[in-house]
Write a protein that binds this ligand. Structure first.
Ligand SMILES: [Zn+2]
Length: 460
């Protein structure tokens, strides 16, 4: 049945009003909740891990899901979230990593916070053009996002209470002040992981209830944070997911109260690997004279960079290698020799060195000449002092090539137009945005792949 007629029927036969659904009256709500770092096995093998996640398990039964999602190169948060919102790889949307490339170490560790760096049309714009009231809470790369009427972007600076003053200025004018009165304090301190996610949940629920947001993107950060600290499936990570499951329930209730025919989507940006060794790659580039320091410190940021010819752009489980002059064949050859030598020693933990053609096949940053991909168990560090390879206490990371099974992400969607119990197996992350565009009845022509085959026969 067309949505317009369904809505008209509801108007006729119940006291329910369509006022929440915007001017056209034809929209049904969609909430996309991203659980950062959620491996599929947290949900699909919840019993094996002793996890109590009733809301996610019910959504799994009620909806369609992918057993795994192959993400992007690198499997880090900002490029992945942008792919889920645009349907294209980083090489097209332009968000190549979490941190911007900063060869002289001058940008104070700044991230790709700003939506003006996204070069492709987003679902926010597509939904706004289709007449939706769009909201977003703590979604990556959302500062000044076009199309978002009620915006609280993900942003931090020093993780002190002063950050809130900046966040108020970056959010929709007056919104944070208004919500603070009823929903309590917001925090940008990632170390306050679970209370932070609860605060974001309360603010998002308020946007649904008070502002009648019909398309909301939302980002849970606590699971990823605790997986970095103690590895995937640690007691703290499991307990964080159980809390997040409660928050999923709160947001589901809020949106279903506004629109009983709302669609609920759960995504994650990447999986996670357990790590107990670090390869400090930068120091080899300094030793080889490819990076010249200003003074001697324990990292490029602490030393300062006077000049460089080739430099790693670190992503946790991998690193892009960028040449200052992409046409400098002599430097490219020296870098290849250095990387081949490191990769030849299994103690260094390098899984492979990707060349330009292999990087292009995975849609990674076109500025990278090479890409160093680690074996799970090994991460890349930035220390200039101490040994090249260091054993560390068990922790977790991501950022490897998306081809590793541990790095697969998750996708689940439930709603009236979604086939109950459908399992689409292993999917490409680029198919998520066109699928969500179809739910919205919105237009995302640049998406690289078609929508997933998860819709009921009556869906448009
Ligand atoms: Zn992430």
């Amino acid at each position: 049945m067309p949505k317009l007629r369904l809505c008209a029927l509801i108007l006729l036969f119940s006291s329910f009003t369509c006022a929440a659904f915007g001017q056209s009256g034809s929209h049904h709500a969609l909430i996309v909740m991203s659980i950062d770092g959620l491996r599929p096995d947290y949900v699909l093998k919840a019993d094996e891990h002793g996890l109590k996640i009733p809301h996610l398990r019910r959504l799994l039964q009620d909806g369609a899901h992918a057993e795994s999602v192959q993400g992007v190169l690198p499997t880090v948060t900002y490029p992945s979230h942008t792919t889920m919102l645009t349907g294209v790889w980083p090489e097209k949307h332009g968000i190549y990593s979490n941190e911007t490339f900063d060869p002289y170490a001058k940008n104070l560790g700044g991230w790709y916070w700003y939506s003006e760096d996204i070069r492709s049309r987003t679902l926010w714009q597509a939904a706004a053009d289709a007449g939706y009231v769009v909201g977003s809470v703590s979604w990556p790369v959302s500062v000044s996002a076009p199309g978002v009427r009620y915006l609280i972007p993900e942003y931090w600076r020093a993780m002190t209470p002063d950050d809130l003053k900046l966040l108020r200025a970056l959010s929709t004018p007056g919104l944070m002040n208004e919500l603070e009165k009823s929903e309590g304090r917001y925090t940008t301190d990632l170390n306050d992981a679970i209370p932070g996610d609860w605060g974001r949940t309360r603010y998002a629920a308020a946007l649904i209830r008070k502002k009648h947001v019909q398309f909301l993107t939302f980002h849970f950060a606590a699971l990823d944070h605790l997986e970095h600290a103690g590895g995937p499936f640690s007691a703290d990570a499991n307990s964080a997911l159980e809390q997040i499951d409660n928050m999923v329930g709160v947001l589901e209730d809020a949106i279903r109260h506004e629109d009983p025919a709302a669609t609920i989507c759960i995504v994650s940006d990447h999986g996670f690997a357990r790590v107990d060794h670090i390869l400090n790659l930068d120091q080899e580039f300094v030793k080889a004279g490819l990076i010249t320091l200003k003074t001697q410190g324990n990292s490029l940021a602490l030393s300062g960079v006077a000049d460089w010819k080739a430099e790693p752009w670190l992503d946790g489980g991998s690193a892009a290698i960028v040449l200052k002059d992409p046409k400098d064949k002599a430097t490219a050859a020296r870098v290849k020799q250095l990387l081949d030598r490191l990769a030849a020693d299994p103690k260094n933990g390098i899984a492979g060195i990707l060349n330009r053609a292999q990087i292009a096949q995975l849609g990674g940053a076109p500025v990278a000449e090479f890409w160093v991909d680690m074996r799970p168990g090994f991460a890349i560090g930035s220390a200039l002092e101490g040994p090249l390879v260091r054993e560390v206490s068990v922790r977790g990371t991501h950022g490897y090539s998306p081809t590793h099974p541990e790095l697969r992400a998750f996708f689940l969607i439930a709603g009236p137009e979604i086939r109950k119990g459908a399992n689409v197996g292993d999917i490409d992350m680029r198919s998520i945005a066109p699928t969500l565009a179809k739910v919205l009845g919105a237009d995302l022509p640049a998406a690289a792949l078609p929508a997933l085959n998860i819709f009921t026969s009556s869906a448009k």
